[in-house]
Design a binder for this molecule. Sequence first.
Ligand SMILES: NC(=O)c1ccc[n+]([C@@H]2O[C@H](COP(=O)([O-])OP(=O)(O)OC[C@H]3O[C@@H](n4cnc5c(N)ncnc54)[C@H](O)[C@@H]3O)[C@@H](O)[C@H]2O)c1
Length: 327
Amino acid sequence: MKLTVHSSRFDYDIFLENNLLDNIENYIDVSKRYFVIADDNIPIEIVSKIINKFSDYIFINFPEGEKSKSLEEYSRIINLLLEKGITKDSTLIAVGGGVTGDLVGFISSTLYRGINYIQVPTTLLSQIDSSVGGKVAINANNTKNAVGTIYPPKLVLIDPTTLSTLPRRHFNNGMSEMIKYGMINSEKLFNIIKNKDVQNNLVELIYECLQIKKIFVENDEFDNEKRQILNFGHTYGHAYEAYYNYEKYLHGEAVALGMLKSCAPDLVDDLKFVLDKFSLPTFDPADKEELLTYIKRDKKSRADGINLVLVDKIGHAYIQNKKIVNL
Ligand SMILES: NC(=O)c1ccc[n+]([C@@H]2O[C@H](COP(=O)([O-])OP(=O)(O)OC[C@H]3O[C@@H](n4cnc5c(N)ncnc54)[C@H](O)[C@@H]3O)[C@@H](O)[C@H]2O)c1
């Protein structure tokens, strides 16, 4: 399956196919030199499938986890790339989840004022969401995605068979973002997730999510208006993540709690049912006042309040500017 995303930089393709990585030479010129970057927890078989086909490559590893979306790791990898002789026409390949994609994408957007990068997402979250749309960032001062750019990848290669090694908790983490797409845009998708076996329909469901993401991204690439709908659940979600110092919740788990705080009261039971199906959290005892201090630090906060994404009906979201004290 193939989708093409239009962006101001260029149009780029997303290829989605089981076992795609076994035939990577069909998608990229394997005779060129690549800088392949992955965290140190990704199964080596996945990375090997890619680099075994290359005649000339540099492989760079970094410690897994959210903490690596940092200024320190950014600067360490930039120095390493420069030491290894990276040039303006080089291409980086991000192999891994959203952390890898965000970090490598941000490096690509700033190194030599921008070099090409390819996304090879290997978590459900990154396959349906973070690898597409060009939002790339690192965290700073305990603030999520504080330093970032919007810089699309040259290509996205999605092989859903890579998910076979993904721990259940991380798969469910991605399901939270899939549920989000249903909540904001597609009652049909929400009902499939609710009533059917997701594993048996995975490739089609990933494709469905990518189609939704493509439309939002193309209509508002720079996140000025409608694209913010994709942030449903994220204002509270980011606050929960930071409140617990990125240790208690994975991103999607925190978003699950955020969605419950941002949907109409009559949708809460239905949403809880679906979140429960994927063992996602539906309650957290965090102190409300303290959470608000993190929401104030959210990059979407302005002096006059924050644009909050709300869902009033499954499949329909809207943006409302709210005073932070009234949340
Ligand atoms: N840029 C965007 O638009 C966007 C959107 C949503 C989320 N995000 C970001 O994405 C990040 C979360 O991404 P994530 O959930 O993918 O986490 P992650 O990148 O940390 O990956 C989760 C873990 O799974 C491991 N892993 C990856 N693929 C695997 C596989 N196939 N088999 C076994 N293990 C595997 C990784 O090594 C890691 O330990 C957050 O930083 C979030 O802010 C970005």
